[in-house]
Design a protein around this ligand. Structure first.
Ligand SMILES: [Zn+2]
Length: 431
């Protein structure tokens, strides 16, 4: 049995900050000794690591971008090759994937991270969890979930992604209390159950740890996708936000007011376009410093994700910061007819229509240099009435009207699932 809620999470904000500043010293010493990339940054920018004492001193160190990581990938590695246990890749900004190498200790750290995250959402050692995401294909997430459930002392069924029939077979055979799934896939599970007379509300499933897609609006109320799921299936949805680069998850507790920060694992900053901190509570780019990572630690890495922090104490008793839902990816920001929007707002809107089978959003520059939004919609029942309803919805929710086109479902699926892609593509950026 693994004892949960680390004591630091219920300490005061000042104590948490002091704790992180001590961890930061350890990281800086480690980078100075082992990281070719950061050693070079410290030397060329004349930074004495002894001058970085507090979290606000971090501002003296330049940020690390995704391009830096891609251009100098090998220089970030802090251990000899024979210490590497697991290789994973993430999609790079300039096409080539970025490699992350994890040591034995890094896998232990990931297991700890997921164990306390699942515990935060209420999973205990007495529970069985069904994993509905892939374990291989150079992803780290599925492996991390497996290790976390194991560390927690709970049981896991590794079904992998897709295949509703096998998912239901496993649910009915092993009676999991929790699922780990992409929320939109839950709609497929509901549809399969309905078509095959499975009473999903009578099943063992009580909660889902939801990955990859947002569940909530800015005020933490359920978004359209989540409402669509829970209006049929009476289950608890918990959001978790993580990435390979962060090697850390922000998972909701039962209060469901944002993903909790684990101070022993990561330092967070929310920065504006000039790399200055935003005002407290404002949206900006999440910038992270990993703590306790051995293979490829990152210092002030700009994640590209736009979010904001909530710092009031939580009803669960933790005093750690909570991360808002991701508003979008910085690179995918669309300036359209005087409005700034991010693709998730469009996904949320389109997911509300049962008649929409699939869709692709294409963003391009027009000849006057501003953005254009084209939404290609696949449906089995095309009609003017459907188009009008989508248009009304766009005007009400976005206050602007993108260009809409109806296409056949197959041609959109061809765009959505290109060969070699590990995730469905919903957004094509032609800018
Ligand atoms: Zn909480």
């Amino acid at each position: 049995m693994y004892c949960m809620t680390p004591t630091i999470e219920t300490k005061s904000t000042a104590e948490i900050q002091h704790f992180q500043e001590e961890k930061l010293q350890i990281l800086l010493t480690y980078l100075q000794a082992n990281s070719k990339y950061y050693k070079n940054v410290f030397a060329t920018k004349n930074i004495a690591i002894s001058s970085i004492k507090t979290l606000s001193d971090l501002a003296k160190i330049p940020v690390t971008t995704k391009d830096d990581l891609q251009l100098h990938n090998d220089d970030f590695l802090c251990v000899p090759k024979n210490d590497i246990v697991d290789y994973v890749t993430t999609s790079g900004t300039m096409g080539n994937p970025v490699t992350f190498a994890l040591t034995d200790a890094d896998l232990d750290r990931l297991a700890y991270n997921e164990a306390i995250s699942f515990a935060c959402a209420g999973v205990t050692k007495n529970d069985t969890v069904q994993l509905m995401t892939t374990m291989d294909r150079r992803f780290v997430a599925g492996l991390a979930y497996f290790l976390g459930v194991r560390k927690l002392g709970a049981s896991i069924i590794r079904v992998g992604a897709g295949i509703p029939e096998l998912q239901w077979d496993s649910i009915l055979k092993f009676n999991p209390k929790y699922l780990i799934a992409v929320p939109s896939f839950l709609l497929k599970l509901i549809a399969y159950a309905e078509a095959n007379n499975i009473d999903y509300n009578a099943s063992s499933v009580k909660g889902v740890i939801c990955i990859g897609e947002s569940l909530r609006n800015e005020d933490f109320s359920l978004n359209l996708l989540a409402n669509k799921i829970t209006s049929k299936w009476k289950i608890d949805l918990f959001s978790t936000y993580a990435s390979t680069e962060m090697s850390t998850a922000f998972t909701e507790c039962e209060a469901k007011q944002g993903g909790h920060h684990h101070p022993e694992l990561i330092i967070t900053e929310i920065l504006d376009d000039d790399n200055n901190p935003v005002k407290e509570g404002e949206y900006g780019e999440l910038t992270i410093t990993t703590l306790g990572v051995e293979g490829m630690p990152l210092l002030r890495f700009k994640t590209g994700d736009i979010l904001r922090e909530h710092r009031e104490p939580c009803a669960c008793g933790r005093n750690t910061m909570r991360m808002s839902p991701v508003m979008g990816r910085k690179k995918q920001m669309v300036k359209y007819k005087g409005t700034t929007l991010y693709p998730p707002a469009l996904y949320d809107l389109l997911n509300d229509f049962d008649a929409i089978e699939n869709y692709i959003i294409e963003i391009s520059h027009n000849d006057i240099g501003t953005d254009e939004i084209l939404i290609k919609i696949g449906t089995e029942s095309p009609s003017h009435e459907l188009l009008d309803r989508i248009k009304d919805h766009c005007r009400a929710k976005l206050r602007v009207l993108p260009t809409l086109e109806i296409h056949d479902i197959e041609s959109i699926n061809a765009l959505k699932f290109p060969k070699m892609s590990r995730k469905p593509i919903l957004f094509i950026d032609k800018r």
